[in-house]
Structures are given as structure tokens and as C-alpha cells.
Design a protein around this ligand. Structure first.
Ligand SMILES: Cc1cc2nc3c(=O)[nH]c(=O)nc-3n(C[C@H](O)[C@H](O)[C@H](O)COP(=O)(O)OP(=O)(O)OC[C@H]3O[C@@H](n4cnc5c(N)ncnc54)[C@H](O)[C@@H]3O)c2cc1C
Length: 407
């Protein structure tokens, strides 16, 4: 989402653009996500609530967040910074820093949809969070206070209110929060596909390859790929999702970014059942989103290397819980081929990296969007185009600098 949005924003401002990308659509986080675009997406994962659950997380007893122990070394530096950011004041600061970006997400998506002719993909559905009990609802108070502070609209809903919004949901939920302004996209992969088609129609070029290195010599930037292709450009945007950190490292930038992996599976409804919008069962740590006359069921986080083998535990648990939440026909999972797995490109503080590389004035970083890259990709695309055109971006990008990790 981020790279293709930047490419189209640059084309619209008159630039000739080449995308170097392996072109494997299923490998993209942008393909398999929940499709939620919400003004409330200002809360980072790092949160004071982590501490009371730390033992559960560390011993893989909570499906909201699991660890692949074999990848501990990869995760260590990130985890140290993540825990340091897990306090109320850091969370409030991050929310305030994300707000200018997130608040532009809906407008930028609508504008992109107009360019692509995909307005019908954007559903004015709102987005619903459900709490299993009073105490977990009460624990969300600090988050609601942040929503109030940033004037983000939400409605508290009780059991009848939940049933009115979603008549087929289990009656076990007594509390919920409804975000009426959120949009959703059922098939984010199709949006990306349409964007690629437009990019090519506008004269964009695609070279299939995996970038390994980017170097700047005077006014030229050189890009090298794994299969020894070489490209030269006046400017380069590095936007390779979770793989961006390895490329940045070759350029001399150490950026603590890891994969917060997530899984999804599609299920059919039992006859007559519907779901009107994406729903997050906070207690079960999963999201179900309407998809192709059924649902896409998505897991919480698994911290692991992007290419480590999948672990089906989370999706199997989620499938069981979801079958008690909504009348679906859960498929039997026999192999990992039935499951999609992707990587949220995540920084420890929950802020993306958007800006000019400090020692490569012609390279723009645009990655690390974690849980909100589908929503904020189109805004980021415009910001990237501003930077390349030497225009002042709509708001300060200081919080998104790559060198904030140099301590
Ligand atoms: C389960 C799940 C649910 C989510 N739900 C939501 C949601 O509801 N709303 C939301 O806003 N976000 C959501 N997200 C997060 C969102 O999907 C990501 O933040 C976003 O897709 C990241 O976009 P990206 O363009 O940075 O990365 P990607 O979509 O991963 O794209 C990276 C691109 O870089 C290319 N690439 C990789 N390596 C190289 C290389 N070496 N050289 C060249 N190209 C390379 C890839 O082929 C790909 O095209 C979710 C994520 C997951 C996993």
C-alpha cells in the first residue's frame, strides 16, 4: 500500500517512476489485512497493559501476542525498546504524534479511490470492538480518554446496542465501543491490484527483483538487486514493508523493526448469517471482517522473523473462539497452505519511519507502518511526493525520523 501509493502520488506530480519489487502479491501485508481505516488507530501496541500480561506473553499463554523463541535474538533489541515504551506517558505521546497522520487517512483513501475508480471498495461501515466483561471494558478507560483528547468520535454500546449493530453475534458481549467514522475495505488485495494497473497505465515501469542495497553518489542513487541488476535514479523511495530494515542496514542505518506476523483464514457463514462491519473481539484477540459473502478471520501478533515457518496455533485457537461468536462454518485446517501469513512492519514505539535518509539526501524512507499501513499508506504516499518535490509536508515529520533510535 505504501509504495504503490507513493508511486502514484509521484506520477500525478509529473515524475517518471520505476518500481523494483518481486511482484509476489500474497507476500504483502497489504494483501491480507483486516481492511480497517479508522481515525481511532492512534494507539501503539506498546502499552502499560503489557506488564500485567508479560508472563502470559513470555510463556505463549495469550493468543494476543506470541513469541517464536527460536527468533529471540532477532527480537531482543526491539523488545527492549518496546518494553521501555510501554508506559502511559509514552503511549499518550505516540498517540499525539500519530494523530496528524491517522486523521488524514480517510481523506487520502477517498482521494486515491477517486483516482483509481474504486470508490465502491470503501464501505462506511464503522468498526466495533467488543469486551468480554466489565473489567476488560473498564481497562480501556485510558484509551477512551486519549480518544476524547483527540476528538475521535466513538459510541459506547451495551448488549442490546451490540445486537442492533450485529444481530448474529453471540449474546455473550455486554460492552462494546463503536467507531462510526471508520471505513473498511473487504478486499485490500484488489485495491492494491487496481493501483498497480493504474500505475502501469500512467506509464509506470516494473522491474521484478529484490533490492539488496541502495547507495548515493553525488546526484545519483544506485539500486542493486539480489540477482545483480543495477538501476540508477535521481531519487529512491525505500518502501519494502518489513524487509526495509535489512536494506536500510546495508546503507548504514540501524532501525529496530521486526515482523509482527499475523494470519488469516476465510470462512463461510451458516445460512442467513451476516456481519455488517469488521469486529474486534478484544478478549479473544482476533478480528473478523466481512469478506466475499463470508468472513476473513485474523489473528493477533506473533513476533518472529518474517520468513520463519508458520505456526498454526493462533489461527486454530481463533477459529474455535470465533465459531462461538458468530455462526460460521469453520474449515478444518490440515496444512499451512490454507492459511495466509503476513508481517506487520513494526517499530518498537509504534511510529512509522517517513522522511529523508539523513546521510542519503535523495533517498526517502517510507516504512514501518505496523498495524496501520493500509490506512495510512495513501497519506504517506503524498508526504513522500512532497519531500521529493521539496514541498513542505502538511504536518511535521519530525516524530517519524529514522534517527530517533540512535541512543
Ligand atoms: C493480520 C493483519 C491485519 C492488519 N489489519 C490492518 C488494518 O485493518 N488496517 C490497517 O491499516 N493495517 C492493517 N494491517 C497492517 C498493514 O497490513 C501493514 O501496515 C501494511 O500493509 C504495510 O504496507 P507496506 O506497503 O509497508 O508493506 P507490504 O504490504 O508488505 O509491501 C511491501 C512491498 O515491498 C516489496 N518488497 C519486499 N522486499 C523487497 C525487496 N527486497 N526489494 C523490493 N521490494 C521488496 C513487497 O513485494 C511488497 O510489494 C494488518 C496487518 C496484518 C498482518
Amino acid at each position: 500500500m505504501v509504495g504503490i501509493a507513493a508511486a502514484i502520488a509521484l506520477q500525478k506530480r509529473g515524475h517518471r517512476v520505476l518500481i523494483i519489487d518481486p511482484g509476489k502479491s500474497l507476500e504483502r501485508a497489504s494483501y491480507g489485512n483486516a481492511g480497517v481505516i479508522s481515525p481511532a488507530s492512534i494507539l501503539p501496541m506498546a502499552s502499560p497493559g503489557i506488564w500485567s500480561k508479560l508472563f502470559e506473553y513470555a510463556t505463549n499463554r495469550n493468543d494476543g501476542l506470541r513469541l517464536r523463541y527460536r527468533d529471540s535474538l532477532y527480537l531482543l533489541g526491539w523488545a527492549r525498546r518496546f518494553l521501555a515504551a510501554s508506559n502511559e506517558s509514552a503511549k499518550a505521546k505516540t498517540a499525539a504524534q500519530l494523530q496528524p497522520l491517522v486523521s488524514q487517512a480517510i481523506g487520502a483513501h477517498r482521494a486515491l479511490a477517486q483516482t483509481l475508480g474504486t470508490q465502491s471498495y470503501l464501505k462506511d461501515s464503522g468498526w466495533l470492538r467488543l469486551y468480554p466483561n466489565e473489567s476488560s471494558y473498564q481497562a480501556s478507560l485510558p484509551e477512551r480518554q486519549l480518544f476524547d483528547r483527540h476528538k475521535i468520535r466513538y459510541q459506547l454500546v451495551d448488549a442490546p446496542g451490540i445486537q442492533a449493530l450485529e444481530p448474529h453475534l453471540s449474546k455473550r458481549f455486554s460492552r462494546g465501543i463503536f467507531f462510526p467514522d471508520a471505513l473498511s475495505i473487504e478486499q485490500p488485495g484488489e485495491l492494491i491490484q487496481r493501483a498497480w494497473e493504474l500505475f502501469l497505465q500512467l506509464g509506470g515501469q516494473h522491474a521484478a527483483g529484490r533490492v539488496t542495497d541502495i547507495q548515493q553518489h553525488d546526484n545519483k542513487v544506485l539500486v542493486a538487486t539480489q540477482d545483480k541488476q543495477q538501476f540508477t535514479a535521481s531519487h529512491v523511495v525505500l518502501s519494502a514493508g518489513v524487509h526495509s530494515a535489512a536494506i536500510a542496514k546495508r546503507m548504514g542505518y540501524r532501525i529496530p523493526m521486526v515482523a509482527e506476523r499475523g494470519y488469516h483464514i476465510h470462512c463461510n457463514f451458516q445460512s442467513g448469517v451476516t456481519l455488517n462491519r469488521p469486529v474486534n473481539d478484544v478478549g479473544g484477540a482476533y478480528v473478523m471482517a466481512p469478506n466475499n459473502n463470508g468472513i476473513r478471520l485474523l489473528t493477533g501478533v506473533e513476533l518472529a522473523k518474517p520468513n520463519s515457518p508458520p505456526n498454526l496455533h493462533q489461527i486454530q485457537q481463533v477459529l474455535q473462539t470465533a465459531a462461538n461468536t458468530l455462526p460460521i462454518k469453520p474449515p478444518t485446517i490440515r496444512s499451512s497452505q490454507q492459511i495466509w501469513m503476513g508481517s506487520r512492519p513494526s517499530t518498537p514505539d509504534g511510529l512509522p519511519i517517513i522522511g529523508r535518509a539523513s546521510r542519503h539526501s535523495r533517498v526517502i524512507f517510507a516504512f514501518g507502518h505496523g498495524h496501520i499501513g493500509l490506512s495510512t499508506g495513501p497519506v504517506t504516499g503524498e508526504l513522500v511526493a512532497d519531500l521529493i518535490n521539496q514541498q513542505t509536508p502538511l504536518f511535521s515529520l519530525n516524530a517519524f525520523r529514522a534517527d530517533r533510535f540512535q541512543h
